[in-house]
Design a protein around this ligand. Structure first.
Ligand code: SF4
Length: 215
């Protein structure tokens, strides 16, 4: 089942000029075409979809509700402390599109960061973002970010191949994780079957960080 109601912005009140940030840490990208690439992760708080078993068919496994207000300068300073050499900064959530604006993108890129975003696609992003990964969790007609570098769908056994409306360079299918943190063989084999039947467009993405239990 898919959610179909991502129109409203669900974010709490925040002080002008600040962003509500859940966590900032330095690690390696664990999935998608950039898997293995070092990135400073900035996790913004809150999400407009709030996927659950009842509205989306699965429970979101990311804690995105807690957070604290940080200024742009504080976020950039925290990122630079973690990786003085800069490089990639991954903006994730929750849904980063709720807070990410041109001011953030411009300042971060001027400071030397390349910006990657992981989004559910229901909110348009600043045009200057360097790498966009859309992972739709709602019906295609709710998608507002219509271009991406990669688009990634989670699939379980028996689910049809997606029919994306997003124009992307890479189209990825990822087997869903079970509540115990594993991928079932039947889900994996089903994803492989979909990809082998549609080899011109699709390839596999696995969430290595979950399998390896690292962050
Ligand atoms: S869109 Fe993503 S972050 Fe938001 S609730 Fe759904 S799974 Fe979680």
């Amino acid at each position: 089942m898919q959610t179909t109601i991502p129109q409203e912005k669900a974010l709490r009140e925040r002080t002008s000029g600040t962003y509500v940030v859940n966590e900032i840490f330095y690690s390696l990208q664990g999935e998608g075409k950039n898997a293995g690439t070092p990135m400073v992760f900035v996790r913004f708080s809150d999400c407009n979809l709030r996927c659950s078993l009842s509205n989306a068919g699965f429970d979101c496994d990311t804690e995105f509700m807690s957070g604290r207000e940080m200024s742009l300068a504080e976020i950039l300073q925290a990122a630079e402390t973690l990786n003085p050499k800069k490089g990639w900064m991954l903006l994730t959530g929750g849904e980063p599109g709720l807070q990410l604006d041109d001011a953030f993108a411009t300042a971060a890129q001027a400071a030397g960061w390349k910006l990657a975003v992981e989004t559910n696609g229901t909110i348009p992003l600043p045009a200057s973002i360097d790498w966009i990964c859309v992972s739709p969790k709602s019906a295609e007609h709710t998608i507002r970010q219509h271009t991406a570098d990669e688009v990634k769908y989670v699939r379980r056994h028996g689910m049809a191949i997606p029919t994306p409306t997003i124009k992307a360079t890479h189209y990825l299918i990822s087997p869903g994780f079970q509540s115990d943190g594993t991928v079932s063989l039947s889900d994996l084999e089903w994803c492989m079957k979909l990809i082998k039947e549609n080899p011109d467009q699709w390839s596999l993405s696995v969430q290595y960080h979950k399998i390896l239990n690292i962050r």
